[in-house]
Ligand binder design. Structure first.
Ligand SMILES: Cc1cc2nc3c(=O)[nH]c(=O)nc-3n(C[C@H](O)[C@H](O)[C@H](O)COP(=O)(O)OP(=O)(O)OC[C@H]3O[C@@H](n4cnc5c(N)ncnc54)[C@H](O)[C@@H]3O)c2cc1C
Length: 246
């Protein structure tokens, strides 16, 4: 998926469950989206993921994350590796710095689960609970700094994959709704659903004909067969204190 030259841009800091889902929605809405991720999602520690919708027997969480990453790449988002050490705002642009690169965006979404030290340039309201620090946000992930949002566990969402995925999606949609990009819903409808009633296809919505539906379904079937043909090669990541004992 390509984006128009003048598309708004968004930096997503953290490419775990919430960050990737936020990126999925901003990229699909036409935003030039860059996910900057260091390390790995805490979900890689899971033994077998049994409470995400649509997987009655559960799913290997590493397969789930790989598929999510593939989906975000297909939507047109760039995914780069790097630990963001500072996020700041200069001349109306958010600037994220890693040791090796600088990324700029009209919007920024922080989705790093914890350690919000890279956000120190902003006077954000923080909620400290024991060893954890969360960022106070409104019900749509807005921080009070125009254009800066927080998604997932870092926004004190419950420590569950489906919840932080949904929150990432919600925050991604909030960025779109707060922008100038015309938008209705991120929907794919069968041909005629709107036009058959004499209505325009709303922005963000696609109507697809029978041939296209079949092509997409067959592609999805093949990709799922390939993804689930073998067990995932990676073992769960252990808690660092367990790994240290070994
Ligand atoms: C052992 C275990 C089992 C679990 N099992 C389940 C389960 O069965 N069901 C369930 O629903 N949930 C489960 N969870 C919880 C689930 O994994 C989390 O709730 C979810 O991953 C949180 O998503 P997030 O996007 O907020 O954080 P993460 O998915 O951890 O993503 C944060 C990302 O940001 C990156 N990052 C951090 N700092 C920076 C930085 N400065 N710059 C760039 N990138 C950065 C991190 O490396 C990571 O990739 C489990 C968790 C654990 C530990």
């Amino acid at each position: 998926m390509s984006h128009p030259e003048d598309a708004p841009s968004v930096i997503v800091v953290g490419g775990g469950v919430a960050g990737l889902n936020a990126a999925l929605y901003t990229a699909r809405a036409g935003f030039e989206t860059t996910v900057v991720n260091a390390g790995e999602s805490i979900l890689r520690r899971n033994g077998h993921l049994e409470n995400v919708p649509g997987f009655p027997g559960g799913v290997n969480p590493r397969t789930f994350l790989d598929l999510l990453d593939e989906q975000v790449a297909d939507a047109g988002a760039a995914r780069v590796t790097g630990e963001v050490t500072t996020l700041d705002e200069l001349d109306g642009q958010f600037v994220a710095e890693t040791d090796e690169a600088v990324y700029e965006g009209d919007y920024a979404i922080a989705a790093t689960k914890s350690n919000p030290g890279y956000l120190d340039a902003f006077d954000l309201a923080l909620d400290r609970q024991g060893s954890k620090t969360y960022v106070d946000v409104d019900e749509r992930g807005r921080t009070g700094v125009d254009g800066l949002y927080v998604a997932g566990r870092l926004a004190a969402e419950p420590h569950q994959t489906t919840v932080v995925a949904g929150h990432g999606a919600k925050v991604g949609l909030t960025v779109v709704e707060d922008s100038e990009v015309p938008y209705y819903h991120d929907w794919v409808a069968p041909e005629g659903y709107f036009t058959g009633r004499g209505r325009e296809v709303p922005p963000g919505v696609e109507e697809i004909d029978e041939a296209e539906r079949e092509a997409r379904e067959r592609d999805s079937m093949e990709r799922m067969r390939a993804a689930f043909a073998e067990r995932h090669p990676d073992e769960p990541t252990m808690h660092p204190s367990v790994a240290d004992d070994e």
